[in-house]
Design a binder for this molecule. Sequence first.
Ligand SMILES: *[C@@H]1O[C@H](CO)[C@@H](O)[C@H](O)[C@H]1NC(C)=O
Ligand SMILES: *[C@@H]1O[C@H](CO)[C@@H](O)[C@H](O)[C@H]1NC(C)=O
Ligand SMILES: *[C@@H]1O[C@H](CO)[C@@H](O)[C@H](O)[C@H]1NC(C)=O
Ligand SMILES: *[C@@H]1O[C@H](CO)[C@@H](O)[C@H](O)[C@H]1NC(C)=O
Ligand SMILES: *[C@@H]1O[C@H](CO)[C@@H](O)[C@H](O)[C@H]1NC(C)=O
Ligand SMILES: *[C@@H]1O[C@H](CO)[C@@H](O)[C@H](O)[C@H]1NC(C)=O
Length: 205
Amino acid sequence: MRSVCLLLLSASMFFSALTAADDEATLLAFKAAATHGNADVLASWNGSSNGEYCSWEGVRCRGRHRRVVALNLPSHGLSGVLSPAIGNLSSLRILDLSSNELAGGIPANIGRLRHLHILNLSSNAFWGPLPVNMSSCTSLVFMVLGSNQLSGHVPTESGNKLLTLRILDLQKNNLTGSTPASLRNLSSLAVLTLAFNQLEGIIPG
Ligand SMILES: *[C@@H]1O[C@H](CO)[C@@H](O)[C@H](O)[C@H]1NC(C)=O
Ligand SMILES: *[C@@H]1O[C@H](CO)[C@@H](O)[C@H](O)[C@H]1NC(C)=O
Ligand SMILES: *[C@@H]1O[C@H](CO)[C@@H](O)[C@H](O)[C@H]1NC(C)=O
Ligand SMILES: *[C@@H]1O[C@H](CO)[C@@H](O)[C@H](O)[C@H]1NC(C)=O
Ligand SMILES: *[C@@H]1O[C@H](CO)[C@@H](O)[C@H](O)[C@H]1NC(C)=O
Ligand SMILES: *[C@@H]1O[C@H](CO)[C@@H](O)[C@H](O)[C@H]1NC(C)=O
């Protein structure tokens, strides 16, 4: 019994150390990708140890394991790209990078964030397709991707799993094709904004 307890204790210590270290490494990967050409934007994000990253600007942690639950950096003059490592912040609930100058694609890894409630990437320079597979994001309430240069179709898969989604804002992009019928499966949806795109065809009933 005693050795089982010791084993569990050391396993949990190992686990918490591992996840905290992972979150710090992920934040540093985010910084390296996002502050291209403007290193001062996240000057407070320096590689100190022992959960210090929880007090970095825009970062909020929660719990004994000091997992990152929010990344709030709107209007911070961030440029560069959004690192695919973001998908490793597995406790993340809020990702607000709105009103920056981030470009490149929205990493597909966003779709791994199963606790994500708020995704706000509006008013950046993201281009390329919408994330196709958000089926793990079963907590998503706000998905705000307006005012970018996103192109391609609205994925037909949209809507089948995002049952908590209340706001879907895709306005002011360069989306083409028809509006998928699956959107009517977004049973919690209160606001759908598709204005200023090149969408065509009928709007699902
Ligand atoms: C690291 O950031 C802290 C603020 O969080 C600042 O006081 C300190 O000077 C920074 N250290 C370096 C080496 O930039
Ligand atoms: C996510 O974390 C895993 C495990 O630590 C690592 O192997 C992988 O490279 C990370 N992914 C990215 C995109 O950094
Ligand atoms: C998204 O960000 C924009 C710009 O910062 C802000 O005006 C808007 O309220 C945000 N929306 C949500 C749902 O957080
Ligand atoms: C979507 O992602 C989940 C894991 O996040 C995976 O299990 C599933 O197979 C993916 N579906 C497609 C169509 O890629
Ligand atoms: C929008 O898409 C069209 C057709 O793919 C392309 O010619 C145009 O340059 C795009 N506009 C922007 C602002 O990305
Ligand atoms: C809506 O969801 C149901 C159940 O998941 C599915 O059978 C149906 O095909 C979906 N409707 C559309 C239009 O995608």
